[in-house]
Design a protein around this ligand. Structure first.
Ligand code: TA6
Length: 329
């Protein structure tokens, strides 16, 4: 079948069987390798080996739920603008490495022999990716690690990303890192979007030298550039798109912080790989570990997990009561 590529050597054929194969290995933009995940009910996701980067998540109506810029560059060393870039081993400019670290502009491989997964994945639509440092990487960040990323679609179409990072240094050295799933949500109109779950929390404002403030009591709405790191957030955050009558629910584990970013008009114009008006149709809400960096001794492993669901909701029916969403299961 066109585009169908056999899975890499050793990848369990099991999860490539079934009608529309649950996992398809194929070429994407500029011939970059990608993996397409499909669930029988019609939901799907796409992951590029370049950056271990999810670039698409569609619901069972085929509607795209993630934002990818029409000007995104699918060519190393530029990170793909949109989807879910992975910030590791450094978030933002918090260190001596390039902005957001290097994991998002490295080539990952398919993990043909992953260690047993902590929780069984209830669907066949998943892929395991692996990143290890190259000789070049060791010169800029002298640490050996294994970064395993499982991207999975649940039978209900939820998108789950689970990262397991292990310190494999043989020189007894520990290492520390910061981390984020830099998720770009597709929204109908940013001025109609509210974020629930971050009220009254402290945050570091990236637009004011990361000064610390406390968020006011109500839901967060958007009318100008925002770039905030919310600290010690609840494990569940809701992003309400009123016009689309859709609520994104983010559940996270091992990622205490959350970044909220919209570049608005000026920054949008300043980014070559971003359309001038695209800020109206995206919002980044990023499950992260920033305030306290993660430190691993040799042999130790850290796990950071994010689960995204998109639930239809209608404001008028009260279904959209964010507190119900956030307190619900
Ligand atoms: O996550 C928010 C942020 O750190 C902003 O400060 C902004 O720089 C954004 O990430 C995008 O960063 P990038 O390096 O992808 O242009």
């Amino acid at each position: 079948m066109s585009g169908e590529k056999l899975p890499p050597q050793g990848v369990a054929a099991a999860n490539t069987s079934g009608s529309a194969s649950a996992v398809e290995f194929c070429k994407g933009v500029n011939g970059l390798e990608k993996v397409v995940l499909r669930e029988p009910r019609g939901t799907s996701a796409e992951v590029y080996l370049y950056g271990g980067h999810v670039t698409s998540w569609k619901n069972d109506h085929g509607e795209e739920l993630l934002f990818v810029s029409s000007k995104a560059i699918f060519k190393p060393p530029k990170a793909i603008r949109g989807g879910i870039p992975i910030c590791f081993p450094q978030f933002g400019g918090l260190g001596s490495l390039e902005q957001h670290g290097f994991a998002r502009n490295r080539f990952w491989i398919v993990d043909t022999d992953p260690p047993p997964f902590p929780v069984p994945t209830s669907s066949r639509a998943y892929v395991d990716l692996l990143l290890k440092p190259s000789e070049e990487d060791l010169k800029i960040w002298p640490h050996s690690y294994e970064f395993r990323l499982r991207v999975a679609l649940s039978p209900g179409g939820d998108l789950m990303l689970t990262s397991r990072i292990r310190n494999t240094n043989t020189d007894g050295k520990a290492f520390s890192f910061t981390f984020a799933y830099h998720t770009y949500f597709s929204v109908s109109d940013i001025s109609e979007v509210r974020v629930e779950g971050l009220e009254t929390l402290d945050y570091l404002d990236n637009l004011q030298n990361r000064e610390r403030f406390t968020e006011q009591g109500d839901a967060i709405t958007f009318e100008s550039e925002v770039d905030k790191i919310y600290l010690s957030t609840p494990t569940k955050i809701a992003i309400l798109d009123h016009e689309k009558k859709r609520t994104f629910v983010m559940r996270k584990e091992g990622l205490p912080d959350a970044v909220v970013w919209n570049p608005w008009d000026k920054k949008a114009k300043a980014m070559a790989d971003f359309g001038d008006d695209e800020y109206k149709h995206m919002l980044c809400v990023e499950a992260a570990a920033i305030e306290k960096s993660i430190t691993l001794k040799p042999g130790e492993e850290w796990k950071g997990r994010q689960e995204l669901s998109a639930v239809p909701s209608s404001y008028c029916s009260g279904q959209l009561d964010p507190h119900k969403v956030l307190q619900g299961s």
